[in-house]
Design a protein around this ligand. Structure first.
Ligand code: 3PG
Ligand code: MG
Length: 420
């Protein structure tokens, strides 16, 4: 397998799959968080410094095979230029004659950004242009057709370059043309970029060589979203901290009163199963004992506090309470490895942000004392950024779904295509 640090890009045309699926302001279309663009800079700089030319390709949002201005990568050109510190060229599509011309005339040190790959249904290989009420046979035929035209799509993209770099970690869990299929055109010249390499290193450190005690902190609304990762982690962790809305599925399963808190009624047995498995494996599970409650899901709701298993009727828990915060802090700050995915409460509302903020701060404290901490998932990363702690934790992942699937023990198509 080729590695980017040993590869010389001098005189080469390099097609790089990046994940520039970044959030945009809905009115002005300005990039509101450029973390993913910054994440690709080490790879971009290495290729430029070597004297290569760059063709950058990405998706933005989910346009489902339809050209739509709000999903145009044209909007991110200024943010890319600011980060790289030089002008880039923009191709208005991925396949047209002008684009072919732009790609073939690219000189060393020049950068071309292609338009959104998902303006083509071939990127995902899904038939999006089906007539309403299409029969199963029509669907099958349309799918076969798109899979066939996908071959030309991949071939065309590959024709622009001498080598392929995948640095789109956030999209590594998708088996798409640009993430999984194109590598086959460069059997000896495909490699990961620095971002994917560092993401893999951080995740493998946690999964394969975690220093103990190892604490996983799982938050968010639903147990069903986190079940696979929890199952995979139970063989590895010493402590499992549960927080967020899914708390109440566990509390109700154990017979507690949860008022009108969020609950997955069909996952009560699953919650009990997790607790039983944890017990068998000797994992300490920490579930919130008290909560900040609200009388409505609203930033201006009335608030109160109670034990999580004695939530008054008509109230719902929206953050962990003070006693819980102290317990969680103690566990986190005594840990040597910490994995965090999912908030403790509704941290976008100030009244319910304290639990998440304090946990983020505790993780930073533990990291400053030498623990290795890995944070992934949109909300946890947003909480770290909101509290300006990104430099005080060990690694902040650029992948939500991709990180979750890797930590579940799944093989990611974008990784397999290169690593084999
Ligand atoms: C993401 O932000 O989750 C990645 O860019 C992948 O996008 P997707 O979930 O639309 O495939
Ligand atoms: Mg996603």
């Amino acid at each position: 397998m080729q590695t980017i640090d040993k590869y010389t890009f001098s005189g080469k045309k390099v097609i790089v799959r990046v994940d520039f699926n970044v959030p945009l302001n809905k009115q002005t279309f300005e990039v509101t968080d450029d973390t993913r663009i910054r994440g690709a800079l080490p790879t971009i700089k290495k290729i430029l410094n070597d004297g290569g030319s760059l063709i950058l390709m990405s998706h933005l949002g989910r346009p489902n095979g339809q050209v739509q201005d709000k999903f145009s990568l044209r909007h991110i050109v200024p943010a890319v230029e600011n980060n790289i510190g030089r002008k880039i060229k923009f191709a208005a599509d991925c396949m047209g004659d002008d684009t072919k011309q732009l790609a073939s005339s690219l000189k060393p040190g020049e950068i071309l950004l292609l338009e959104n790959l998902r303006f083509y249904e071939e990127e995902e290989g899904k038939p999006y242009h089906l007539a309403e009420g299409a029969s199963d046979d029509d669907k099958k035929a349309a799918k076969a057709k798109v899979k066939e035209s996908q071959k030309n799509f991949v071939k065309q993209l590959a024709s622009y370059a001498n080598c392929y770099v995948n640095d789109a970690f956030g999209t590594a869990h998708r088996a798409h043309a640009s993430t999984a299929l194109i590598a086959a055109y460069f059997p000896d010249n495909s490699m990961f970029g620095f971002l994917i390499e560092s993401e893999l290193k951080a995740m493998d450190k946690v999964l394969k060589s975690a220093e103990k005690p190892f604490t996983a902190i799982m938050g968010g609304a639903k147990v069903s979203d986190k079940i696979l990762i929890i199952e995979n982690l139970l063989d590895r962790v010493d402590n499992l901290i549960i927080g967020g809305g899914m708390t109440y599925t566990f509390i109700k399963a154990q017979g507690g009163k949860i008022g009108k808190s969020l609950c997955e009624e069909d996952k009560l047995d699953l919650a009990l199963n997790i607790l039983q498995m944890a017990k068998e494996k000797g994992v300490n599970v920490f579930i919130p004992v008290d909560a900040v409650n609200a009388d409505a899901f609203d930033a201006n709701a009335n608030t109160g506090q109670s034990k999580t298993n004695e939530t008054p009727d008509g109230w719902m828990g929206l953050d962990i309470g003070p006693e819980t915060i102290e317990i969680f802090k103690g566990v986190i700050e005594a840990s040597k490895t910490i994995l965090w995915n999912g908030p403790m409460g509704v941290f976008e509302m100030d009244k319910f942000a304290k639990g998440t903020t304090t946990i983020a701060q505790s993780i930073a404290n533990a990291s400053q004392k030498g623990a290795f901490s890995l944070i992934g998932g949109g909300d946890s990363v947003a909480a770290i950024n909101k509290n300006k702690l990104a430099d005080k934790v060990s690694y902040v992942s650029t992948g939500g779904g991709a990180m979750l699937e890797y930590m579940e023990g799944k093989e990611l198509p974008g990784i397999k295509a290169i690593r084999g």
